[in-house]
Design a protein around this ligand. Structure first.
Ligand code: GTP
Ligand code: MN
Ligand code: MN
Length: 378
């Protein structure tokens, strides 16, 4: 559609779960800017502002053409005053002064470096910054006591902050398949998270594990972890069995919308030859032969076990993106008076749980068109 000035005017539904968001993005300059402001807000404990920037970026991600004129944005949802100001600045001046000054700020740089340590959240990073710690050397020199996750995070900092390739994800997948087949034949492993959405790289690799016979999955995670440990595949692991979120900053606290699945947050030791075995021929890393570099890398891996009765909800809930998930729950609550989690869908009007054995059925219960994983990249 065009308006009188002959510039294309876009129309977009307001919830990200009503839209098809592929990895193709014609507005990366704008979405990168808004994402950086979202990240800064999230790192500064301003979650509401973070979500607002994420929603604005997600709207721009589905536009079929690059935005060239502010008039094209008229009537689009989720573009608040602040986001519009940033977009206008970029369209008129080539860059946003707020984004540029955020990028340059010592506080943002320090928050990024410190939260790049696995096991360090925004709260811990903020406390360290207030104590004068701004980089890894200062952290190492300080007398801060680090927990086990943070010690592993510091030790494997460079590897963990290097993106994981699809080939590496596939190699990890083969190891996890072997572990699962060894401890519970018939159990199934599904790649979830960003790689299921078709991303070519990720910050970690995520897997969902289940068994077709309800109940057989009970007690599975410790067995998988023991097998992986015995084979030398784990540099770090922490298994969580209950519904409590353990924080780095204090005692475990209940968190009602967190899920109750057995989960394992781990750091894998992926050998170069495991990668080759999985069919990768070239590597971005120098190989061991080219100069004494270690012949393996550390990779963050998340494992989740679900009973088959909840599998569809777990699959939908762990495939992401984070914003897509948040929007699904908001749609369920605000538009359908339902409550969606990674375990179930509850209809608050009929006071009944709605069963589903596939993601398609869950979208149908929610009155939404089915969106495949590759189009959930909001
Ligand atoms: P990259 O790993 O950066 O490539 O992106 P990703 O989309 O895979 O992100 P991530 O691995 O952080 O999370 C994968 C999915 O799991 C996302 O949809 C998250 O919403 C979901 N997720 C992460 N942590 C939790 C959690 O504690 N509970 C639930 N229910 N979901 C979670
Ligand atoms: Mn992931
Ligand atoms: Mn993950």
């Amino acid at each position: 559609p065009t308006n009188e000035a002959e510039v294309e005017v876009f129309s977009v539904p307001s919830y990200a779960c009503q839209r098809r968001t592929t990895l193709e993005n014609r507005n990366t300059v704008l979405t990168d800017a808004l994402s950086l402001l979202a990240e800064n807000a999230e790192l500064s404990a301003e979650e509401g502002r973070g979500v607002a920037f994420r929603r604005a970026a997600a709207v721009l991600k589905v536009l079929p053409e690059p935005v060239t004129d502010m008039t094209q944005l008229k009537g689009l949802p989720c573009l608040g005053e602040h986001s519009l100001r940033v977009i206008k600045d970029i369209l008129e001046n080539g860059a946003s002064s707020e984004v540029e000054s955020t990028k340059q700020s010592e506080r943002f740089k320090a928050l990024k470096v410190l939260t790049g340590v696995f096991g360090v959240g925004a709260k811990t990073a903020d406390r360290w910054i207030r104590e004068g710690i701004h980089d890894l050397q200062q952290l190492k020199d300080s007398r801060q006591t680090l927990n086990r996750a943070q010690r592993a995070g510091l030790e494997h900092y460079d590897d963990i902050n290097q993106p994981v390739s699809k080939a590496e994800a596939d190699a990890i997948g083969e190891i996890v398949e072997e572990a699962v087949a060894s401890v519970l034949p018939g159990a199934q492993v599904t790649l979830i998270g960003g790689f299921r959405r078709g991303k070519l790289t990720g910050h970690d690799v995520d897997f969902l594990i289940t068994h077709p016979e309800e109940g057989r999955e009970v007690g599975l995670m410790p067995k998988i972890v023991s097998w992986l440990e015995s084979q030398g595949f784990l540099l770090y692991q922490k298994t969580i069995r209950n519904s409590y979120l353990e924080s780095d900053d204090g005692p475990a606290r209940p968190c009602s919308n967190m899920d109750r699945f057995e989960r394992c947050f781990s750091v894998f030791k992926l050998a170069e030859d495991e990668k080759r075995r999985a069919g990768q021929t070239q590597s971005h890393h120098a190989s061991a032969e080219d100069g004494g570099l270690k012949p393996w890398r550390a990779v963050r891996v998340d494992l989740v076990v679900s009973p088959i009765s909840q599998f569809a909800f777990a699959l939908l809930g762990w495939t992401g993106s984070k914003l897509f998930e948040r929007e699904l729950r908001r749609w369920a609550g605000h538009e359908k008076t339902m409550s969606l989690s990674s375990h179930a869908l509850y209809d608050n009007t009929q006071r009944t749980y709605l069963r589903a054995t596939s993601e398609e059925e869950i979208f149908a219960h929610l009155g939404l068109d089915y969106i495949p994983p590759s189009e959930r990249n909001a």
